[in-house]
Ligand binder design. Structure first.
Ligand SMILES: Cc1ncc(COP(=O)(O)O)c(C=O)c1O
Length: 438
């Protein structure tokens, strides 16, 4: 791949641009567990891209499906027309979802999926004559993408603070179900289900009749890999039921095997009303996202005259033929290689590997669930985020490793195809990096 001779035009997202451009970390090729830079150096991918390349890089079946689709049907609108693969894919995704969630609405990213879920929740209550329900409750440290609805229900300060008044009706957030006593928990914490009860306080404050939905990630990912405590999601479900509030699981990360199942809803045996997905659905190869919606919600929209549009929402590229082709090929791989089960098998291996870092310098906490883990570092009080950034740099330049950080927390989410030895290699590399930090 030719290297560019001018780096100024591209404004990188979520990146310190000026420093990046002093020594750009270019990725030019990918295969299996590895990225390659322009010199041909292999870098172990500890994060499945951005939590999305669950079946590993360079999958030929996916590439071929995309190429076939590009030749056969480059583009088709899904407003008033459609193409067959969108229906097949919707059916395949719905089959992985809990019973009673049988309808899929496609978008192009996780952010758009969250936006669609929140809009559908509000519109549903309008449809059923409960338009007073408009409040959308998020959670501290929640990440629901970068639209105004996403940052408003999200709970990450830096993503919200620069953007002025946020979406009305999104002021309240549940607390993150986590406390210092839960440090170094393996998997789901035993304690903490009662954090869900804080929804009662919000109901008491506003009245249930004003609240449309609660949106949570079954595992807070971008906020720093926080597993749901045991029984927490069940308790939240029960409270939502008691007050007629919809429960949205943001499964943009947790779906398609990251927690060992098609959807985390299956792991926790909790059925939400809406599930968002993106990332792993197409193995990251073509942007795609969507929501799976309960029959109850879907059916509420299906009234009115024949010519009337039921939901005024959608994108030019909703259910793009190339994305559908990529997703169908991806789902075939997950099924044929039994990759969700493989993630369950790898979970204790990753757990063991990361918890051995407990004695490494600056380690404040280690958390893991499914095939995801976080190593939270003590922040430099004078420069929060500095250690995390140094981890990225040292990983890339010295350890041939691609990792992701959120502030001073290192997040690991390897592809589900990872050989067991790679999980130990990742942890060894992280240990060496931590030893160099100041
Ligand atoms: C839980 C969750 N929701 C939404 C998003 C936003 O997805 P995207 O970056 O595709 O817009 C992310 C991205 O990391 C996510 O982790």
């Amino acid at each position: 791949m030719r290297q560019p001779n001018d780096l100024s035009a591209f404004w990188l997202p979520f990146t310190p641009n000026r420093h990046f451009k002093t020594a750009p970390r270019m990725l030019t090729r990918a295969d299996g567990m590895y990225y390659y830079d322009g010199t041909g150096r292999a870098l172990l991918d500890a994060c499945a891209g951005l939590w999305c390349v669950n079946a590993g890089h360079g999958r030929k079946e996916i590439a071929e499906a995309i190429a076939r689709s590009a030749r056969e049907l480059d583009y088709a609108p899904n407003f008033q027309f459609a193409h067959p693969q969108a229906f097949t894919l919707a059916q395949r995704i719905a089959a992985l979802a809990p019973e009673g969630l049988e309808h899929v609405f496609f978008v192009n990213s996780g952010s758009e999926a969250c936006d669609a879920a929140l809009k559908v929740a509000r519109a549903y209550f309008q449809k059923i004559g409960q338009g007073s329900r408009f409040q959308l409750i998020g959670r501290e440290k929640g990440y629901h993408g970068v639209t105004f609805a996403g940052i408003s229900t999200g709970g990450i300060g830096n993503n919200r603070k620069p953007y002025g008044p946020l979406l009305p009706g999104t002021d309240d957030h549940l607390p993150l179900p986590y406390g210092a006593s839960m440090r170094f928990t393996r998997g789901e914490p035993e304690q903490g289900a009662d954090y869900a009860d804080s929804l009662e306080a919000l109901v008491a404050l506003h009245g249930a009749e004003t609240i449309a939905a609660v949106i949570v990630e079954p595992m807070a990912g971008s906020g720093g890999v926080f597993a749901s405590p045991k029984h927490y999601l069940k308790r939240l479900r029960a409270l939502c039921d008691r007050h007629g509030i919809l429960l949205i699981f943001d499964e943009v990360i947790t779906a398609f095997g990251r927690l060992g199942y098609g959807f985390a809803a299956e792991r926790y045996k909790v059925t939400p009303d809406i599930i968002t997905f993106a990332k792993g659905v197409s193995n990251g190869a073509v942007p795609m996202g969507g929501i799976v919606v309960s029959n109850k919600i879907h059916d509420a929209f299906m009234g009115g005259a024949d010519h009337q549009i039921e939901l005024f929402h959608g994108h030019t590229y909703s259910a793009h033929p190339l994305a559908c082709a990529a997703a169908l090929a991806t789902l075939d791989i997950y099924r044929d290689e039994d990759l969700f089960a493989r993630a369950r098998k790898l979970e204790p291996v990753l757990e063991e590997a990361v918890h051995e870092l407990r004695s490494a310098p600056f380690v404040l906490d280690i958390r893991n669930v499914g095939l995801a883990a976080a190593i939270e570092l003590e922040s430099d009080p004078a420069a929060p985020g500095r250690r995390g950034y140094e981890v990225i740099l040292r990983a890339f330049w010295d350890e041939d490793l691609v990792v992701r950080v959120s502030g001073d927390t290192i997040a690991l989410s390897p592809p589900l195809i990872a050989p067991e030895a790679d999980l130990s290699h990742i942890a060894e590399k992280v240990r060496r990096i931590l030893k160099t930090l100041s």
